[in-house]
Ligand binder design. Structure first.
Ligand SMILES: Cc1cc2nc3c(=O)[nH]c(=O)nc-3n(C[C@H](O)[C@H](O)[C@H](O)COP(=O)(O)OP(=O)(O)OC[C@H]3O[C@@H](n4cnc5c(N)ncnc54)[C@H](O)[C@@H]3O)c2cc1C
Length: 296
């Protein structure tokens, strides 16, 4: 696939061999080809071009749970669909929104109108598509609780609608997006209004600010908790693994399930730190903790 071919597609902003660090929150240095896509037709054409040229593609949401290691023969795709903000001027029965909608816009709306159920997304840095892919959640619940349906672009260019049911998600995981499929939008529901929700969101947000490194370069929780009694952070703390570091990749002082890039850290630093931590955790707890962060 040539630069010219992608650049010619209306609605695609193509960046050849660009720095991808600013597209992930952990900011590791990686270069690669990126297509910023503004609407569905453009996305269909982009993936058709990838298919023709046997180029892999990989979605970047806000890059808040991703660690990029390589960019070989890959086109990174970021959605930047138009968002009609008028829907947030009042309360709707349902919200059909593009996958690129920032979660903080939804949080602001929920806080203002006290939307019941939407408190679950408080403080999660994400695009709607990335949050649904990951079934993002907090101590207040998971996003799956407010998703009615998800629109998906299949690799063959067809769009299907996935009706969400009790089996659609598990902890930090969706069970319906198949390889090569792209979430393009979703319909969200709520359970009415309650002024208490606004207060709950505000309180939970200040709790997060106190307990999580929200402004450093990190990728959120690195490890999935095994269960409520076996949280990765507790073991890391107990074993003093928070003292480990590789070059400028360190365990956060604020929350030991977060790794922070203190400036200029590489993927190798990240990898070395997680491999060492995983070995120690297995040896001392008997649990092989799984990564929550996605490595590509
Ligand atoms: C400071 C901080 C705090 C965090 N706190 C939380 C928290 O409390 N709870 C929580 O659950 N997470 C948390 N996270 C992690 C992160 O915010 C979530 O996992 C979030 O859902 C990631 O969304 P994203 O848009 O950034 O997706 P990305 O990280 O960009 O992508 C995640 C995965 O989804 C895929 N993907 C993204 N968009 C699409 C799409 N449109 N179609 C198909 N696949 C797609 C990607 O390819 C990747 O595999 C935190 C992260 C940070 C940096």
């Amino acid at each position: 696939m040539t630069v010219e071919e992608l650049s010619k597609i209306p609605g695609v902003d193509f960046l050849k061999d660009t720095g991808l660090s600013r597209f992930t929150t952990i900011r590791l240095k990686v270069f690669g080809d990126l297509a910023i896509v503004s609407y569905i037709e453009a996305l269909k054409k982009t993936i058709a071009k990838c298919r023709e040229s046997e180029t892999r593609y990989h979605l970047l949401g806000w890059g808040a749970n991703q660690v990029l290691s390589s960019s070989d023969n890959t086109l990174f795709i970021k959605l930047k669909f138009d968002l009609n903000r008028d829907v947030f001027k009042s309360v709707q029965e349902k919200y059909t929104l593009p996958a690129s909608t920032p979660l903080n816009v939804l949080q602001g709306h929920a806080q203002k109108f006290g939307l019941k159920g939407w408190e679950v997304i408080t403080g999660i840095p994400a695009s709607l598509g990335g949050a649904i892919y990951m079934n993002a959640g907090t101590a207040l619940g998971e996003i799956c609780e407010i998703v009615e349906s998800v629109s998906i672009l299949q690799p063959d260019g067809e769009i299907r609608t996935e009706k969400i049911g009790p089996e659609s998600f598990s902890y930090r995981k969706n069970k319906f997006v198949k390889n090569g499929e792209i979430i393009i939008g979703a319909t969200l529901i709520h359970r009415g209004q309650d002024p208490e929700i606004g207060r709950k969101i505000k309180e939970y947000m200040s709790f997060r600010k106190r307990t999580q490194p929200l402004s450093s370069f990190n990728c959120g929780c690195v490890w999935k908790n095994y269960d409520q009694n076996h949280k990765a952070g507790l073991f890391i703390d107990k074993l003093k693994l928070n003292l480990l570091k590789f070059n400028t990749m360190e365990v956060s002082d604020k929350h030991c399930n977060f790794l922070e890039n203190k400036g200029g850290a590489s993927f190798d630093d990240f990898k070395a730190l997680i491999e060492l931590s995983q070995e120690e955790l297995l040896l001392h707890s008997g649990i092989k903790f799984e990564l929550e962060a996605k490595i590509y």
